[in-house]
Ligand binder design. Structure first.
Ligand SMILES: Cc1ncc(COP(=O)(O)O)c(C=O)c1O
Length: 384
């Protein structure tokens, strides 16, 4: 069902921009967070049908769009949401930017938890806000939150940008951890922006959307999209869920000021189709991704490659602790990019706390993954 699909020449960032990123195209690109796997058949069919109509003009968000989001939230996360809470959006990153300007002033402080997907930090900096880094604690191969530090930072913060599940560590925050963060933010009057773009790809654990906690409903906004889940990130179609009317209005004001308000006819069609008919495909995809994760873990162990895999609780992104390779930062990049010929994300690009780690995208076919692992083994043997 999931096969290798050539993407070169389709203007794909992962393949066609690899030369810009790595200075060479002679590598397997396993970086940017989309998959090499085809979107579900229902989405493909819907898009083909829409494309067959030869007019691609301005588009409204139909009722079916809202119903699809409500249905998905209810069936996947047992969360009842009202239609009026939903704000159609372009990408999640633009929405992070709107939220920052909507709920804080220049000079205000915003909490994040690094290592972290870089646009969180840069969005705060671009808006002239102060970054408060509640760096995650990495101990015994697991990431945890330092709650004392979190509370100390919350005392001075206006906003908290939560990444849930977390990219790049793939942590799925437990109910207890979420409750603790909620308590602290309520106590110190901190609004939480929860980026839940990876929520559909959670393995084993039960996932709780932050918005489903009654207590925080009036002090949070949820950002989500079908983009990672159904491999349709290029369609730039996402949404915010904002239960509280004041927060919702301020968000929409910022969105209007940016001028980024029009929907994409293909994105809307794809969202409806994916959320209404894509559940079975998604469950199969998750099994496939879990088996890819296991393949990587088994291979590393079998060949005694001293790379530790931080438990992959969610996402198609594996966070590899490479410190036991005993390479400097530059040597590690040289090892992966030019010796193993593998284009992974440099852990340090997620903050200094990510130094010594690499992020591997396993949202690809078994064939590509096997090739990648063979290249890794060959390179390791050369330096061992
Ligand atoms: C946590 C997180 N948020 C947002 C995005 C990007 O979202 P968008 O393309 O909708 O701006 C990514 C992409 O990797 C991500 O990992």
């Amino acid at each position: 069902m999931f096969q290798s699909i050539g993407r070169k020449g389709t203007f794909s960032t992962k393949y066609d921009d690899a030369i810009k990123k790595f200075g060479t195209s002679d590598l397997l690109p396993l970086w940017v967070a989309d998959m090499d796997l085809a979107s579900p058949q229902c989405v493909q069919d819907t898009l083909k049908k829409r494309a067959a109509h030869p007019i691609y003009g301005y588009t409204v968000y139909p009722d079916a769009y809202y119903v699809a989001i409500q249905t998905w939230m209810k069936t996947r996360f047992n969360w009842d949401i009202k239609k009026e809470w939903i704000v159609p959006c372009y990408g999640v990153v633009p929405s992070l930017n709107f939220a920052i300007t909507a709920y804080s002033e220049e000079g205000d402080a915003v909490i994040i938890q690094t290592p972290l997907y870089p646009p969180f930090k840069s969005s705060i900096q671009h808006k002239n806000r102060k970054v408060l880094d509640n760096t995650l604690v990495y101990k015994e191969g697991q990431y945890r939150i330092d709650f004392d530090d979190f509370e100390a930072k919350a005392r001075n913060a206006k906003l908290f940008l939560l990444c849930s599940p977390h990219n790049p560590t793939s942590r799925v925050w437990d109910k207890k951890e979420l409750e603790q963060m909620i308590e602290i933010c309520l106590k110190h009057d901190v609004v939480i922006i929860s980026d839940e773009i990876h929520a559909d790809l959670v393995y084993q654990k039960i996932y709780f959307s932050l918005g489903s906690f009654e207590k925080i409903m009036d002090k949070c906004i949820i950002l989500n999209a079908p983009s990672k889940t159904f491999n349709i990130a290029g369609l730039n179609t996402s949404f915010a869920i904002i239960p509280e009317i004041g927060l919702r209005k301020s968000f929409i004001v910022e969105q209007n000021k940016s001028g980024i308000t029009n929907g994409n006819p293909f994105g809307i069609e794809a969202l409806i189709s994916a959320y209404m008919d894509g559940a079975v495909w998604l469950d199969t995809l998750k099994e496939y991704l879990v088996s890819n994760i296991r393949d990587v873990e088994t291979f590393l162990k079998k060949h005694h490659i001293p790379i530790y895999v931080v438990p992959t609780e969610a996402t198609f992104l594996m966070w590899l602790d490479c410190k036991e390779l005993h390479l400097s930062h530059e040597e590690l990049l040289e090892f992966f990019f030019y010796r193993a010929k593998l284009g992974l994300n440099d852990g340090k690009s997620f903050s200094n706390a990510g130094e010594g780690f690499m992020r591997l995208n396993i949202g690809t076919s078994k064939e590509v993954l096997e090739k990648a692992l063979a290249q890794l083994l060959k390179a390791y043997k050369e330096i061992a």
